[in-house]
Design a protein around this ligand. Sequence first.
Ligand code: GLN
Ligand code: MG
Ligand code: MG
Ligand code: MG
Length: 446
Amino acid sequence: ITEAEQAVLDEIEDNDISFLRLQFTDILGTVKNVSVPARQAEKAFSEGIYFDGSSIEGFVRIQESDMRLVPDPDTFAILPWRRKEDGASARMICDVYNTSTGEPFEGDPRYVLKQALDRAHEMGYTVNAAPEPEFFLFEEDEEGRATTETNDAGGYFDLAPKDLASDVRRDIIYGLEDMGFEVEASHHEVAQGQHEINFTYDDALTTADNVGTFRTVVRAIAAQHDYHATFMPKPIPKINGSGMHTHISLFTEDGENAFHDESDEFNLSETAHSFLAGVLEHAPAITAVANPTVNSYKRLVPGYEAPVYVAWSDRNRSALIRKPAARVPAASRIELRSPDPSCNPYLAIAVMIHAGLDGIEQGLEAPDPVRENIYEFDEQKREEYGIETLPSNLGAAVDALEEDEAIYEALGDHVAPKFVEAKRQEFEEYLVDVSEWELDRYLETF
Ligand code: GLN
Ligand code: MG
Ligand code: MG
Ligand code: MG
């Protein structure tokens, strides 16, 4: 047993933990968990906990259904919303192993991200990332089901009393802090009922773990206040959707920010420029992973601060990549603005990393930044500037993913085909559906 594992066993003892939730994520990014009595912790570390993977989305075929979960002791956290009287619970995030081979399971999204981090490591880098998840708080109806009603008339950075949900947001923040988050800022977002909570950047694996935890905490605490928190990208048409801008930077082994260069006009190193160029080059394929739902594409339209065009900027927010102002060298980074909070954070961060590293390997050069509002460009002007458009729907994005060998392969032999199959099916179901909009428009006209 390792020192970190022993520390967890001590915490379990000291805090009277009765149950352990062992968590992992399926290909679609949904957090799953198996609950075991806390006295199983030692066994979980040494042998792992066996479960039947055949019923988890995209995990395995039936004939190879036995999987083994091995908890990562660094992810131990006590669940703040389970009260002591009912026996305190804690969770740990697990790595998934194949029982027959004893090897890490290729279908585990956490493993896909670890592979990307290994590649970065071989090139001499560690990766830091920070997400900016946005979400809506909606009221529940009498049966406790989610509506799209909000009783809040707040807007960007508004304060109470307009921002009626600030109590909920405060409790969410306490919950996140109890789970070990360092919350940097929270504010009311642009749309009514929309919020954003930012937490400190961390190594990319911790950040991906954190996104799953974040979504769980936000939903659980909102529910205690009778609100439904949703990370659906565009729940209401014609107002801002919810994004999950993702900031990323590479550090060298000795802790220097490899993206920073004082002498560059944008304070970005050559490495950063090439990384950025790689992300731009692979942007269409990344979109399938970072924007994986039919609804994601209702957000990626002009006019709502979400990206549509493949360009970067050090100023405006209509570009796909922005270079945020950095007060200290360690903070030099790029911000990818396309991801939305319906994505699987492990896979989305993994493909971003592979795309950027590919740019470095190929020595790609970034184009000039576009400082004007690209939403206002016409087609001719975009052509003049050489600006491509992101895929406009899930089907087109999946096509782009299949055509981009580097990104497809980044997902691995198990996840890539399963992901494509699941997303094609989702898109085809959508195509044959008849929507409210069509009935409103055509039913009485024809
Ligand atoms: N909600 C916007 C998006 O969809 C972002 C708004 C903002 O953070 N400035 O990406
Ligand atoms: Mg923000
Ligand atoms: Mg925001
Ligand atoms: Mg942002």
